[in-house]
Design a protein around this ligand. Structure first.
Ligand code: MRU
Length: 366
């Protein structure tokens, strides 16, 4: 049986009205839990990346609707607050999806206490659903690792991943990490190349921390090392997550993902993207033109945070006067994607094959 990942980055406090999250800005050197008790705090946590990763942003936004319902006077105010939460980060489509779903559930009730209870229940359902989706992604994706292991006669399968698409970014299991956790749990030999993922180092800080806690062999590499490793046969497959994938299979993910896909194609390394259905944007099919790419504060590029002695410190890297730019995501065209690993199975990154797996969802394009 697959080993269950008990780790969750979000849960409710006992009173049911405080949303508890791991402060991901502090990891890996400090493990701090924050209580989010107001809509403003939820929005701030999403914007400042206390919580991050597409499915987790969605679940946090859903609980934000619960807090909005607890504070809001009427329907119009609740809708306005939901709109503010949705605007906190633009690229991950899970945020709008989860907020809209929770808002609709709340608005089915006329009385305020019922709205709060309905929102709490719906947010809980979304969280449980995402955990289950990730568990299934793990089972489907592990088959790919199993096949690679068989081809290599049991030798270590080397997997490269970018950013953090682990349980910290989701609810449990993760997306890109789920197949790795399942394969590792089954005793297959795996090793993960962890892209550091500048500017905020989600790979070096978060993925390395997660994998280390689970005993999965891994090595942190500079973002630019992947192509070299692929040229030398040291990468058997790439698995990444995504923040928004079109109905035709174009994939938006953390900046730098596209370059890994190019290097993978040039070296015949399979490039997989793992995602729950909440990350598909069924209304669009042209990722380059239609996916909004978040531009973040250039100071995230200019400064680096890390452990200095006993405490963490932030240091400036380039000359103080040099301007910096910080596009947070890029789009990998579907033609560079070998396959999409979803909760319903694995498909090719084409409109037809995605629609074959999701006939109930596809076809919504305007
Ligand atoms: O800016 P972030 O850290 O929120 O970006 C996260 C990513 O790009 C992840 O790879 C993506 O959300 C998939 S998470 C399962």
């Amino acid at each position: 049986m697959d080993e269950l990942n008990p780790n969750r980055p979000i849960w409710l406090a006992d009173d049911g009205l405080a949303v508890r999250v791991i402060d991901q800005r502090k990891l890996p050197h400090e493990l701090e839990i924050l209580d989010l008790t107001t809509v403003d705090r939820v929005i701030q946590a999403i914007v400042e990346m206390v919580v991050r990763g597409a499915p987790l942003i969605g679940v946090t936004g859903a609980y934000g609707v619960m807090l909005a319902a607890a504070a809001a006077g009427g329907r119009a105010e609740l809708e306005k607050e939901a709109g503010r939460i949705k605007a906190a980060r633009p690229t991950a489509v899970n945020l709008a999806w989860a907020v809209d779903r929770t808002l609709a559930a709340a608005l089915e009730c006329g009385r305020q206490p019922d709205r709060v209870a309905a929102a709490r229940q719906e947010a809980g359902r979304i969280a449980a659903g995402e955990a289950e989706n990730c568990r299934r992604i793990g089972s489907h994706g592990a088959r790919l690792i199993q096949e690679a292991s068989r081809r290599k006669e049991g030798k270590t399968v080397n997997i490269l991943t970018h950013c953090n698409a682990g349980w910290l970014a989701c609810v449990e299991w993760g997306t890109a990490t789920a197949p790795i956790y399942v394969a590792h749990g089954r005793g297959l030999k795996v090793h993960v190349w962890v892209d550091e993922t500048r500017p905020l180092n989600q790979g070096a800080r978060l993925t390395a921390w997660e994998l280390g806690r689970r005993g999965v062999p891994h090595t942190v590499i500079a973002d630019n090392a992947g192509g070299h490793l692929m040229q030398h046969g040291l990468v058997d497959m790439v698995i990444v997550g995504t923040d928004r994938t079109t109905a035709a299979g174009d994939v938006a993910n953390k900046i730098g993902t596209y370059l890994k896909a190019l290097a993978a194609r040039d070296n015949d390394v399979p490039f997989y993207v793992a995602l729950p259905s909440s990350t598909f944007d069924w209304r669009i099919s042209d990722g380059l033109r239609q996916i909004p790419i978040e531009e973040r504060d250039p100071d995230e590029v200019r400064y680096v945070r890390g452990l200095a002695g006993e405490s963490t410190r932030q240091v400036l890297v380039p000359p103080a006067q040099s301007p910096a730019a910080n596009p947070a995501f890029d789009v990998t065209p579907a033609r560079l994607v070998t396959g999409l690993i979803t909760e319903r199975g694995i498909c090719r990154a084409t409109a037809a094959d995605i629609a074959r797996l999701f006939p109930d969802k596809a076809g919504a394009a305007a």
